[in-house]
Design a protein around this ligand. Structure first.
Ligand code: NOJ
Length: 720
């Protein structure tokens, strides 16, 4: 049936329920039982239970098919339910947290991982994910930086496009819809505290935070989810400036906007609205179409219509957007999508997917330090796997969907299967509890470490300590872990510290204790195999940091592309009065954005710029020769940065504008080229328009964000 005709048949109450998303537990229940739990308190009218739009959080092909069956059988309008879920970094096969995956700087890999997650979720009856999360994150105290691509806008834009294309594919079998979130400013709460409000100037909002969502819109993302905090005084879920003026009117987004969990109701708790009726008005006015779990819309839309505060056209527009989304998802033709009980058994966690998970964990790993300790020789006879993460299956991060814990490979298991003939000792030494003060547990771990040829020391955060609402004021490792590191490294110099974390940590007081540090973030299902292969040289680490690691919490938020300032201290070792710096800390981070070592060596030479003048009509090429001077095949991420020397608004000291990941055999050399054109120079100017300004621009190519300019060009609007 034509969607407009369908809309014409619907009563007002049915339309309102078509704007509602519910938890799946209200289905598959005894119909004669009263609705209980949250739905009861939210004044859910049972008569319209079979007219709601969507269910959230329902797992399994069998269950989802049964819910859809029950629903369609009892529904009057027979508009299929859309099944939505947070498929954030995998479904059953979990790949590295997004902060890790982004560190691979690998566009193709991101698409491959998201397509794999879509395939697994779709055969289990999921139609749409609340991902990708595209909040540019500059503050390591904020726990949700683990879901983000880190501190850089350009990198996040690239990953945004690849994720949307990966999830949504060609829209056919094995694909799911994607959602951009959380637009906008959610990642910059005061003091890094989740849900706290953000204050961001419009130019920063447009230049730093908004572009990744725009990139997702340009890639055809189907759904948008607002930030659940307050930005510049207005909560994200009632923010008509961001959701209507920018997202819809400027960018032309015509998909569905869905509130975050209970967030329309929260407009009242924010002190932005007096009551739920007013909250409904503000959310409708901001163009939010679907309400997640709270029930302001179904209880207040009619009242607002009667008061003349909103129009029937607004309600119809929202309903039509949802119907069109369902049409796009193919639900009117096939309400089950790709759901298939047999296929689900075959596809979920299949060897092919586990291989992608392992490869992505390897590509995401960042080698932070290596003083000749790694790689370990595979001929080693006695290995000690030590630390609270040594034999821990909880190394997947905070979103795990349908994962099965016993399918996760621990470091101990990975090392055992790689080295079947070695003697492998294992001891935790302490727990992951940040309050753990039982230092006596260290003793046995230290004794085993002393007896071994090499030590794999697995420390870090509990996976439950990063993610939503897990903000931290202290970013150091718990003291019991620090003590373990100190004592183990004293008895065995061949110690490699393997870090599991959802955020940059302060490693200042441990980094000098060990000869090697490998950051795995939370690597997912195949984490243990990836660690073993990396440590014993089956492959070389090649990831580069997507968030700076601070030296101390006081530096937060710390990011490479900060604005220029007068009197900026550039020499970390000199304390000069009236310079912008700290009296008790260097300015630089411990490990900067873009940084990561390899087992091989790469030499950069022959830096060239094809011309020193660029006009709006042409482009120039920046190039460099990169040679693998080590003796292993390895990958390198070559980075291009540009600095606009003078702007109508002060410009960052440099900005990432391009990257290429290359693989080189020993002695092999490649020329890497970056095309520079006017688009790369555009920014949000003083009058808030977007464009490039004439002037001089420095060009940098290097291994990380500390690289220095090698040449410059003049940009002019006039053609020469
Ligand atoms: C709250 C989170 O902020 C959001 O990212 C997530 O998609 C929803 N809950 C649904 O789980």
């Amino acid at each position: 049936m034509e969607l407009l005709a369908l809309l014409g048949k619907m009563s007002l109450a049915e339309k309102c329920y078509q704007l509602q998303q519910v938890n799946s537990n209200i289905f598959m229940a005894d119909e004669n039982m009263p609705i209980t739990g949250p739905e009861f308190y939210l004044q859910f009218d049972k008569r319209y239970k079979y007219e709601v739009a969507s269910v959230y959080n329902s797992y399994g092909a069998e269950r989802n098919i049964a819910i859809q069956n029950e629903f369609l059988e009892k529904s009057k309008n027979k508009i299929p339910l859309a099944f939505m879920l947070d498929v954030i970094h995998g479904y059953r096969t979990i790949y590295p947290i997004n902060l890790g995956l982004a560190s691979s700087f690998d566009r193709k890999l991101v698409r491959e991982c998201t397509a794999m997650a879509a395939k697994e979720a779709s055969v289990d009856g999921i139609h749409l994910t609340f991902a990708p999360m595209l909040d540019v994150s500059r503050d390591a105290r904020w726990g949700r930086c683990m879901e983000s691509c880190g501190e850089d806008t350009y990198l996040t834009c690239e990953m945004a496009r690849e994720s949307v294309l990966g999830f949504q594919g060609d829209g056919g079998k094995y694909t799911i819809g994607a959602s951009l979130k959380h637009i906008a400013g959610y990642s910059a709460p005061m003091s890094g505290k989740d849900y706290d409000s953000s204050d961001i100037s419009e130019s920063s909002l447009r230049e730093v935070y908004l572009p990744p969502y725009r990139s997702a819109v340009d890639a055809g993302v189907m759904v948008a989810m607002p930030a659940q905090n307050v930005i510049n005084g207005v909560p994200g879920n009632g923010n008509s400036f961001i959701l209507k003026d920018i997202l819809r009117n400027e960018w032309g987004f015509d998909g569905v906007c869905i509130s975050d969990y209970g967030s329309i109701e929260n407009l009242v708790s924010h002190g932005f609205c007096e009551n739920k009726k007013e909250a409904t008005y503000e959310a409708m006015n901001a163009n939010i179409d679907m309400e997640m779990v709270s029930t302001c819309y179904i209880n207040n839309i009619e009242k607002l219509l009667n008061d003349g505060k909103i129009t029937m056209e607004q309600v119809d527009t929202a309903v039509m957007r949802i119907l069109r989304l369902k049409e796009k998802l193919g639900l009117f033709e096939n309400p089950y999508g790709s759901a298939d009980v047999e296929e689900s058994k075959r596809i979920l966690a299949c060897p092919e997917h586990r291989e992608i998970a392992r490869r992505s964990a390897e590509e995401s790993a960042v080698l932070l330090k290596n003083e000749g300790v790694l790689p370990f020789s595979p001929k080693i006879k006695k290995v000690a796997v030590i630390g609270p993460h040594a034999d821990n299956k909880k190394i997947v991060g905070s979103w795990w969907c349908a994962y099965k814990q016993d399918e996760t490979v621990t470091v101990l298991e990975g090392v055992k299967s790689l080295l079947p003939n070695a003697e492998i000792l294992c001891e935790k030494g302490c727990t992951l509890d940040i309050e753990d003060k039982d230092y006596s547990q260290n003793d046995k771990a230290v004794a085993l470490s002393k007896a071994a040829d090499v030590v794999i020391l697995c420390v870090g955060e509990d996976q439950a300590d990063s993610g939503e609402s897990n903000s931290k004021a202290k970013l150091t490792l718990p003291s019991v872990q620090k003590e373990l590191i100190k004592r183990v490294s004293e008895v065995n110099k061949n110690t490699a510290l393997v870090l599991f974390t959802g955020r940059p940590l302060v490693l200042t007081d441990v980094e000098d204790k060990v000869g090697a540090i490998l950051n795995m973030y939370f690597p997912g299902t195949e984490g243990g195999n990836a660690v073993a292969r990396l440590l014993f040289g089956k492959c070389s680490p090649c990831g580069k940091l997507t968030m700076s690691f601070p030296r101390n919490e006081g530096q937060c938020p710390i990011y490479y592309n900060h604005h220029r300032t007068a009197n900026l201290r550039t020499d970390d070792n000199k304390r000069i009065l009236y310079e912008s710096g700290y009296i008790d800390s260097p300015n630089s981070p411990l490990y900067p954005f873009g940084y990561g070592l390899s087992y091989s060596n790469f030499e950069y030479s022959d830096f060239k710029l094809s011309d020193n003048t660029l006009t709006s009509k042409d482009s120039i090429v920046a190039s460099v020769k990169v040679k693998n001077t080590g003796n292993l095949k390895a990958k390198e991420i070559v980075q291009l940065y540009i600095r606009d020397l003078v702007g109508s608004l002060v410009r960052p000291i440099k900005e990432l504008k391009g990257f290429e990941k290359i693989e080189l055999l020993p002695n092999e050399e490649k020329t890497v080229e970056f095309v520079i054109d006017e688009n790369m120079l555009k920014f949000v100017k003083r009058d808030l328009t977007y464009g490039a300004e004439e002037g001089v621009f420095q060009v940098f190519i290097g291994k990380d964000s500390r690289c220095q300019p090698f040449d410059q060009f003049k940009f002019t609007n006039k053609s020469c």
